[in-house]
Every structure is written in C-alpha cells, then in structure tokens.
Design a protein around this ligand. Structure first.
Ligand code: ATP
Ligand code: MG
Length: 283
C-alpha cells in the first residue's frame, strides 16, 4: 500500500516477568501490522491473547521489549503521536466525583478544546453515546454500561483522526451496542480510522473492513472482511451429490467455505421455498 499508515507496527514483542522467580511471559510475539487510514480494523482474539498489550505498546503507553510502532508516521514513543488519537482503555478508571459532562469536558480541555467549541463537542458526543439524561450525574453512580459509554465519549471529544476502543461493547445492552455501532460508522464516514479490540466476534464482524486475530501473542489471521460471497442452503441432497456439487463448484473457481449438516428448522415446513433475495442487501 502507498501512503502513511494510521498504525504501522513492526516486530512488536512484549515480555512480562513477575513473581519472585521472575517468571517470563511473552504476551506479544513479533507482531507486525499495518492499519490503513480510514479503515475500521478489528483486533480480535481470546482472553489473554495480547490485544490490550499490543494497543498499549502501539500508543507508547507501555515500553516494548522489541520492535517499534508509528502512528501516522510518527514514532509512538513521541508525545505528538498521541495528539491525534482517542483511546478507550479496557476497564477505564474515571474520576468518580465528576459528572459525566464534567468528565468529558475535562478530557476535552486536556486535548486543547476551550469555550464554545468545547461545550458544543461535549454536548455532541454525550448525545452520540445516548447519555444526555445522565450527563449531570456523578460518574461514581454510573452502571458498567454507562461507564463504557462515557468512556467512548471522552475518547472522541477532541475529534481525533484515530480512535482506538478496547472492548467498547463490553457490558453494553443491545440498544447501546446498536448506538455505538452507528457512532463508529459515522466516524468512519467522516474519514476517521477506528481500531476495535474485541473477543466477541459477532459484535464487530459487520463493522470491520479488516481484522487481525491474535492467539497467545501471535498474529494468526489477517484478512479483509466484507468481500461479497453467495450463501446457498441445500437440503435433501445425498452426501454423494453434495460431493459432486462441490467438485462442480471448484471446477468453476468457486471456493466452498462452509459445509455443515444442520437439523431441519420448522419454518422450512411452512415456507419450503426460501426467496433467493432473502439476504440480498437493498441497493
Ligand atoms: N502488567 C502485566 N504483568 C504481567 N503480565 C501481564 C501484564 N499485562 C498483561 N499480562 C499478560 O499478558 C498476556 C496478554 O494480556 P492482554 O491483557 O494483552 O490480553 P488481552 O488479549 O487484552 O485479553 P482480554 O481479552 O482478557 O482483555 C496475558 O497472559 C496477561 O496475563
Ligand atoms: Mg484486553
């Protein structure tokens, strides 16, 4: 790819040592990634696979054992690399005695916003995360999902070019997930780059342009999503005919990506002919 990447990590590695015997854990192992400007990028993997550690190193908040990272071309160890970034850490700790509005304004001021612009942005982002009604309440009284929402609001208050959200959907109800999904899509529409860290694949797969999957600190999969494909459901074919169908498809360049035997669903008895347009997106 040409041009400067939003994030370019090369060989990032992190060893933690702890305990009296100095036990060593390699949390991230030789990770190289390039996240293009304007993408929604999903960093996925099971618990403990190294996602949060990767983000902290990428942001220069944690020193890497080896490797380096650049944000919009600036080495992430330099403070100016972080000016263009909004970050929601996992399990954030906020000042409990500030109201939601004061908290977001506090982060806005830290990022240089003042006066009318600060007030406008604070109102905008609080509305964007659906917290208007609770914005005057102390953050210490917020539920877990409300804390996540205010965390997303503080991450975007200064309108950064790159937004990194570590588990933004954690603890959020389905309506909240839909609201945050819409907010992320709006950010993308405005040209922002978004990195979503998650282990719940279903919440992010519809959003991401590209994903990377980590396992025990290593990059195991990196691929684009959203490429078009056709899904066929076939019933009442013998195993032999299914094998013939697969061979026919492969001879024509088709790739059979999923093959599983499913139990009949009752709805098929009521509507045996599923319309071909069922999953075709509207134009
Ligand atoms: N400060 C630390 N000291 C020692 N080990 C750590 C530290 N932070 C992370 N680790 C270890 O590094 C590994 C990766 O942790 P990390 O938090 O990056 O995983 P994760 O993919 O974000 O997991 P989760 O989905 O649970 O948030 C884990 O084995 C974890 O125990
Ligand atoms: Mg994590």
């Amino acid at each position: 790819m040409n041009g400067v990447a939003a994030i370019e990590a090369r060989g990032l590695t992190k060893d933690f040592s702890f305990g009296l015997r100095g036990v060593n854990i390699r949390a991230v192992d030789q990770l190289s990634l390039r996240i293009e400007v304007g993408q929604i990028f999903g960093l996925l993997g099971p618990n403990g696979s190294g996602k949060s550690t990767t983000i902290k190193m990428a942001l220069g908040l944690l020193e890497s054992t080896q490797g380096s990272c650049r944000i919009f071309g600036v080495p992430s160890c330099e403070v100016r690399a972080r000016c263009q970034v909004g970050y929601l850490p996992e399990s954030p700790h906020f000042h409990r005695f500030l109201s939601g509005r004061e908290l977001v304004a506090f982060y806005g001021r830290l990022c240089g916003l003042r006066g009318e612009e600060l007030r406008r942005r604070v109102d905008e982002v609080i509305a964007g995360v659906g917290l208007e009604a609770a914005a005057g309440r102390r953050v210490g009284t917020y539920s877990r999902g409300m804390l996540q929402r205010i965390g997303v609001a503080q991450a975007i208050v200064h309108d950064p070019r790159l937004v990194i959200l570590d588990e933004p959907m954690a603890g959020i109800d389905p309506v909240g997930v839909a609201e945050i999904t819409a907010l992320i899509q709006q950010l993308k529409a405005r040209g922002k780059t978004i990195v979503l860290v998650a282990h719940e694949l279903t919440q992010v797969e519809a959003l991401c342009d590209r994903i990377a999957i980590l396992d025990r600190g290593r990059l195991v999969v990196e691929r684009d999503l959203g490429a078009e494909f056709t899904a066929l459901e076939v019933s009442q074919l013998s195993a032999e005919h299914v094998a013939e169908l697969q061979a026919w498809l492969e001879a024509r360049g088709g790739v059979l990506t999923t093959r599983r035997v499913v139990r009949s669903r009752l709805e098929e008895f009521f509507s045996p002919r599923i319309p071909a347009t069922r999953e075709t997106p509207s134009p």
